[in-house]
Design a protein around this ligand. Sequence first.
Ligand SMILES: NC(=O)c1ccc[n+]([C@@H]2O[C@H](COP(=O)([O-])OP(=O)(O)OC[C@H]3O[C@@H](n4cnc5c(N)ncnc54)[C@H](O)[C@@H]3O)[C@@H](O)[C@H]2O)c1
Length: 279
Amino acid sequence: MKKIVLTGAAGRLGSYLREPLSKMCDELVSTDIKDDIGKTYDGETYVQGDLASMDDMVRVMDGAEMVVHMGAFVDEGPFEQLLGPNFVGSYNVWEAGYKAGVRRVVYASSIHAVGMYPKNEFIGVDVPHRPDTFYGLAKCFTEDLGRMYWEKRGMESVHMRILSCAQPNNARALGSYLSYDDLIQLVTRCLDTPVTGFSVIYGVSNNDRTPVDNAKASFLGYRPKDNAEDVAAEVLANEPQNDPQDAGHMCHGGPFASVALGNSGLAGMNVIQDAKETE
Ligand SMILES: NC(=O)c1ccc[n+]([C@@H]2O[C@H](COP(=O)([O-])OP(=O)(O)OC[C@H]3O[C@@H](n4cnc5c(N)ncnc54)[C@H](O)[C@@H]3O)[C@@H](O)[C@H]2O)c1
């Protein structure tokens, strides 16, 4: 591939994707709102830009074949805080990408697009949206945007509904864990599958307790290897008694399902910040 654009490149997940993506193309353009991204990999250039600015997105898309869109405000917050990066930003990525002739967008959607389903429903990739937050609503908006650009303009997109890409340190994560290696495999399959049309796939590892069904996305060839069960005994030994009436424990969205709209969901979670350093 000639050129790939990676948004959210300065973020935690972006930090693990930069090196493998730089090896899949002649030119990787990494972009983020942060001033600096540190040392770049061979074939990688960094362009600072705001997702909410159409001009910035037009600038990075020039000549791109595919986009891996990871940039976003990553938490629940007031609608106004999400409007620029998560709603307008998605429109700008698709519209600027379309004008530049981008063939496919691979998008970091989220379980929060369907977070209000109870966890004892083994949900597939085609259940109706059921967002748990404004954050999840932005993921629903972007999935619909991607479907519309496919149906009206023939621009492909794969929407990876990531569950929890972070070290598993609580009972929910025993089902929702996505390892960094499996994330890399997932993004690679989303890029190298010859034809995807508009597709949705759950981003989750091969956990014994995985609560979602990827059967209909099998053609993408994603076969995760890691399993959070390896740490289950340790995690469960430290887990407090959970209230079964709390949506935060009963629903796919976890703590996001129980917070009030506009309030942080991450505040109640202990996400380990282990972004990869550029060597
Ligand atoms: N981490 C998870 O478990 C998880 C789960 C589901 C979905 N996701 C999605 O994966 C993606 C990456 O998540 P992450 O955990 O790496 O988050 P992160 O916060 O570490 O990275 C997000 C990046 O987006 C950038 N960004 C924010 N606003 C921007 C703007 N206006 N313009 C340009 N860049 C902007 C931030 O600077 C940051 O570097 C996000 O889209 C997130 O919603 C993550």
